[in-house]
Design a protein around this ligand. Structure first.
Ligand code: C2E
Ligand code: MG
Ligand code: MG
Length: 540
């Protein structure tokens, strides 16, 4: 039994051992299982996390893709905009190029109009002057001569009438062609307008060389010109001036060549005349006149003529202008245009001017004393007389000696007088005005006038000069100038007189424009004192 019990104990010990081993095993296994489960759970979590991550990344990717779509769209838009801008730019550039081309063409046209004659396409006066000035600058350094030939066709009027306006242009073009063929590269042919041409021959060795060119031209005109199946024969007169002998500026050279051309006409046309010879003639003639003028006063050769001034309202004589004449013992009556400037140059204008003032005031007083209706007489004053500081005393003295009331004396000054020393002139004129003397501006608007003088100078009257009056019915611009002067004068409270009126049309134009007074051959020419006296007696 004990054995049994011992065996049982052994068995139960064994069983307990087995049990604890089994228990251990079980625990181990369980632990393993738990570990495994734990590991699996961890893996599941990780997986879930990973999925979350993936989902996040997917979302991000979707966002990025959406951004990308937007960005692409933006790029597309920008591309479109860029294309639009490029198109606009191309259009603008095209427009600009067009405008530049148009402008270039316009400039070329202006250049053509400014520098070339529209009929013949030859250089015009302006272009020739530029080229001549350029050649003068070169010739100055190289001591070369330049020839200027001034051409004017002889008796062109009948030719013109034969051709009619239609073929006149063709004829002028034919003349231009012949001249250019003849001169070729040795010079420049320019047209001044009408039947006048100028040829410049640079690099001339001598005046003789230039004269030879002129003679070649005259010979070339022996051949007829064919126009509209007509053979036209015409000759030409040529004046020649040579740089530097006959002038050092383009203006002087052209002017002197023109003077020489007129001399060629005077000498019988169809020939050339060198300016130097005629300049010598002019100087000699002026010397003779100048010498004669010294004795003219002593020999009583000067005489004052008077030209009536008419009121357009009443047609009555309201004033006279004193105009000087020189009765030359050999040359006959010399007009003031020929000797006043000489007298200004040699200073004789001072005694002559004094004599005119005295003669006019004395004559006026004599007429008044003889019972004629008192009238105001205008005397022209030269700038030289004004420069003489004694002018106020001189005029006071004349009025005193002749006892003429100042209101019957009018002084005519020109704009150039006002320009010199305005302050001094204003003072002098104010003194005259205070005395009661009447002041006029002669040849208004023809010199370097400034409208400012109208405001500054104490004047009574403006004289509209003849060149404007000659434009009535001829050039509308002259008419506008006249109208403006009349309105301006009226607004400024000044009287206005038109000078050099020769026709009924001019007279009625001025009447319509309410010009106050008129002076001109249409009514009266300047007359001797005796003739005027008779006229005044009739109207008194
Ligand atoms: P001005 O003072 O402008 O005189 C007007 C000129 O026009 C005068 O010329 C006159 O005869 C002329 N005239 C008037 N009406 C007509 C017309 O209907 N047709 C034409 N073709 N001419 C007309 P004139 O007498 O030869 O005098 C010329 C210039 O000489 C004057 O121009 C004046 O500036 C100056 N002058 C005349 N006498 C004197 C004087 O005694 N002293 C001074 N310093 N200059 C004088
Ligand atoms: Mg005058
Ligand atoms: Mg005048």
């Amino acid at each position: 039994m004990v054995k049994h019990i011992e065996k049982l104990v052994i068995i139960s010990k064994q069983m307990m051992g087995e049990h604890s081993r089994m228990k251990n095993n079980y625990h181990k296994k369980e632990k393993k299982k738990v570990k495994k489960v734990k590991r699996r759970a961890e893996t599941v979590e990780e997986l879930a996390n990973a999925n979350k991550e993936i989902a996040n990344q997917k979302e991000e990717k979707a966002d990025v893709e959406a951004d990308l779509v937007i960005a692409n769209k933006e790029v597309d838009n920008q591309k479109e905009e860029k294309e639009d801008i490029e198109d606009e730019l191309a259009a603008t550039i095209k427009e600009l190029v067009n405008q530049i081309t148009l402008r270039k063409e316009a400039l070329e046209k202006i250049e053509q109009i400014m520098h070339y004659d529209s009929l013949t396409s030859l250089p015009n006066r302006m272009m020739l002057e530029n080229k001549l000035q350029h050649e003068i600058n070169i010739a100055k350094d190289q001591e070369k001569k330049i020839g200027i030939l001034f051409l004017d066709l002889d008796d062109f009027k009948p030719v013109r009438n034969t051709l009619g306006q239609l073929h006149e242009g063709e004829f002028i073009k034919a003349v231009a062609r012949r001249l250019t063929n003849l001169i070729q590269e040795s010079g420049i042919v320019a047209r001044l307008g009408g039947d006048k041409f100028i040829i410049m021959v640079p690099n001339s060795e001598s005046s003789e060389h230039v004269r030879k060119v002129a003679n070649k031209i005259i010979s070339a005109f022996r051949e007829p010109f064919e126009v509209n199946q007509n053979e036209i024969y015409v000759t030409v007169s040529i004046g020649i001036s040579v740089f530097p002998t006959d002038g050092e500026t383009h203006g002087k050279l052209i002017k002197n060549a023109e003077l020489a051309m007129y001399k060629a006409k005077e000498k019988g046309k169809n020939q050339s005349v060198l300016c130097t010879t005629i300049m010598k003639d002019i100087i000699r003639e002026n010397m003779k006149l100048s010498n004669g003028l010294y004795r003219a006063l002593e020999r009583d050769e000067l005489e004052v003529y008077y030209q009536p001034q008419i009121s357009l309202d009443t047609k009555k004589i309201v004033g006279l202008e004193a105009l000087l004449r020189w009765n030359h013992p050999v040359l006959g009556v010399v007009p003031p245009g020929k000797f006043i400037s000489l007298a200004e140059q040699n200073g004789l204008i001072i005694p002559i001017g004094k004599w005119v003032l005295h003669t006019v005031c004395k004559q006026n007083k004599t007429w008044q004393e003889a019972g004629l209706t008192p009238i105001r007489i205008a005397v022209n004053l030269s700038i030289i007389q004004f420069q003489n500081l004694d002018i106020v005393n001189q005029i006071n003295e004349v009025l005193e000696v002749t006892k003429l009331l100042p209101k019957y004396l009018e002084l005519e000054i020109t704009e150039s007088i006002a320009m010199r020393d305005t302050k001094y002139i204003i003072d002098v004129l104010n003194t005259f005005r205070k005395l009661g003397i009447y002041i006029s501006i002669d040849d208004f608007g023809t010199e370097f006038s400034s409208l400012q003088y109208l405001k500054l100078l104490p004047i009574n009257r403006i004289k509209i000069p003849m060149p404007f009056i000659q434009g009535i019915n001829v050039d509308q611009r002259d008419e506008w100038i006249i109208e403006t002067i009349i309105v301006l004068a009226r607004k400024m409270g000044l009287a206005v007189i038109a000078e050099g009126v020769e026709t009924r049309q001019q007279d009625s134009f001025l009447k319509k424009r309410l010009c106050g007074e008129i002076q001109g051959y249409y009514y009266y020419k300047p007359m001797s004192a005796k003739d005027i006296e008779a006229l005044l007696q009739k109207s008194s």
